[in-house]
Design a protein. Sequence first.
Length: 571
Amino acid sequence: MMDINAKKILLEKGLATEEQILKAKKLSEDTKIPLLEAVKQLKFATSIDITKSLAESFFLEFVDLSKLTIPQEALDLVPESAAKKHQIIPLEKNGHTLKIGLCEPPDLTTLDNLRFILGTDLECALVDPDSIKTAYNQYHAHSEGGQTGLSMDNLLEGIGGGGKDLDDIQIVDEAFPQTEDNEDEAPIIRLVMHIISEAVKSHASDIHIEPLSNKIRIRYRIDGVCNEVNSLPKQIQGAVISRLKIMSHIDITEKRKPQDGRISLRIDDKPLDLRVSTIPVSNGESIVMRLLEKESIMVKLIKMGFHEEDFERFSATIRRPNGILLVTGPTGSGKTTTLYASLNELNTPDKKIITVENPIEYDLKGVNQCEVNEPAGLTFAAILRSILRQDPNIVIVGEIRDVETAEIAIAAALTGHFILSTLHTNDAPSAITRLVDMGTKPYLIASSLLGVLAQRLVRAICPSCIEPFKYSEKQLIEVGINPEKTANHTFYKGKGCNDCSGSGYKGRMGLYELMLLNNEMKDLIYKNESREKLKEAASRFGMKTLREDGVRKVMDGKTTIEEVLRVAGAG
């Protein structure tokens, strides 16, 4: 895009004072955003006023998208991928010229590239950046699998047009060609694919399909929070559930027992696996699908949000030749991601790595993966006992659930193996008391355990709408921040924008509580001391609690006090 003398425009048009520009420049440097964006976030000028001033300065027309109806012939001339990449929207077609809306004044190189891509002469106008995404979503349906996507309303109209109750329709797999006998099923197939593809587009981790008394509720879990995105008519409940069961390769006739399955798809040329779980509920069967994207699990350990000191300590621990390292936290706290990120660091040709998982969620190159199958007698303990004969260097145990698994893992650690595993506890010191409660002998824990990493996931502030925010003294004290010592500190929050669907958050990061054992702590474990004494000793030797790590991330402008309190509490 063209170089813009933002300060000159702001002053000439009376949009900001010199003092306000200095404040905006500081925010721009702190958050790595353009000066004009900083001015908008500080609310010195509106997005529309800035865009109008840019249009005047560069002798371009300003177009208000909210007052414009874009003809379909213009929309058809611009591929969705090109529109998103270049942040443009077609406005109208005049003979051989296409009028397009841009967020910034273009330079000659950009115009030449766009003319080449679109194959037509161009006339340019400026549009408000905050409205371009809303307008584009309004006019364009999402395309998936090479077929033109439809809105939920369009799909439901197509289903309703058949004039029959789709509970009675037998849904067939997409692998079978459509015939006259099953042509009414195509809308259900497209509807299910639409639900999945929209979840991928929204970066959801889970899809919840929940039958209520009068409708089917569709919810996506995005950044750890459930959001209701749509609802479906009750009369198509059976058809939707049957379609998903067929895709998951599970029994469509069984409606009284929980079932598990798996779906493999390609969305926008990317492989996607969905882990499917069904359970009978009062109004039918509830289905939850966990989206497993290979790219999301191949994250580097350094990108996971560790504080520098904790990262160095954790990295050194996973490279120990033997011992046990536990990762703890509730379901959905990112334990599996931490295990796999650790594996990415350790997976080299000179090491043999074996995992015991329930189920295997991701295929890992160069790693021997075993899946638990309890009906067949393949429990965590049974598999672990067998794989130790395979001479592994590193063993990943999906979860320690009982004393038998714990003691086999300890025996492996004492005989020269490095063991990584998970445990369900609220904090790091509680892992010790949990193992003792299972029946594990304290002296075995003390002699084999290297450390415990407790973790949670918090939502990160959206980088597109981050702005300075002033917390009250009460809020600061509640999370453990001294208001007097931070009187001159700038805190941040997201105000909500199109990129984050108005939430102010986009993406997640970890909060970590790393407790590494030294001789004094091992003595406490050997004496079976309380969790409180273990926590006190760990804190003396450098452990930061989940809340304290959250405070560090609040101070760094990465998340908010509300998020830290939501996941780690005020204690």
